[in-house]
Design a protein around this ligand. Structure first.
Ligand SMILES: [Zn+2]
Length: 204
């Protein structure tokens, strides 16, 4: 598997290109503003992008969908609740296959009701659910969103193995990537706490 992280656009977004080798099938995760370097890499590697995987419906995570789609004909994958053009609507447990690459969808509401993780070959693309060192804001703000985020982080994210590499949606942390083990130890949002403590943490 070949994986490349691109820092693009004005909001420090990360877009990812994942493929099976030069000339093979590929996926692009969260094409943001300024996807030209991603399009160049797609051309250079002569890969066939089959799917665009969007972690959630905020525009900075799909602003480049149309350009990638126009160039490659890729199908857009997003959670069924996501308010964006989608060709393949997914939900918790859905699997998207591109060549030998098998991507499992984990629904993690909190940042938005339509937020998902994409889990593949020891890596997890976390969008704005988990950043290196912290987590995203919640929608709706207050206990409903924060309660959902707690269940997603402390239920689903912390259930992942320590060795899994974290691929966040933005370059907001001290390093561009991390691991679940490191985040389990260092991320302020993943500290052992009750839901009540987490609600207070999100308010502060
Ligand atoms: Zn977002």
């Amino acid at each position: 598997m070949y994986l490349r992280q691109f820092l693009v656009g004005p909001l420090q977004n990360f877009t990812y290109l994942v493929d099976d080798g030069e000339g093979g099938p590929a996926v692009v995760i969260d094409p943001s503003y300024g996807v030209e370097p991603v399009l160049e890499a797609i051309d250079e590697r002569r890969v066939k992008v089959q799917y665009i995987l969007n972690t959630h419906s905020h525009q900075d995570h799909w602003a480049g969908n149309a350009d990638v789609r126009a160039r490659t004909g890729a199908k857009v994958v997003a959670h069924r609740l996501a308010d964006l053009h989608q060709d393949v609507a997914v939900d918790d447990g859905s699997v998207v296959e591109s060549g030998r690459l098998k991507v499992t969808v984990v629904h993690t509401p909190g940042h938005t009701p339509d937020s998902v993780l994409y889990l593949f070959e020891g890596h997890v693309a976390t969008g704005d659910t988990l950043f290196v060192g912290t987590c995203g804001f919640v929608t709706p703000p207050g206990p409903v969103g924060a309660g959902a985020m707690y269940d997603s982080l402390h239920g689903k994210v912390l259930a992942l193995a320590d060795a899994v590499v974290v691929l966040p949606g933005h370059d907001y942390g001290p390093t561009p990537t991390s691991t679940i083990g490191r985040e389990r130890a260092e991320n302020e949002a993943l500290r052992p706490m009750t839901k009540e403590e987490f609600l207070r943490f999100m308010e502060s």
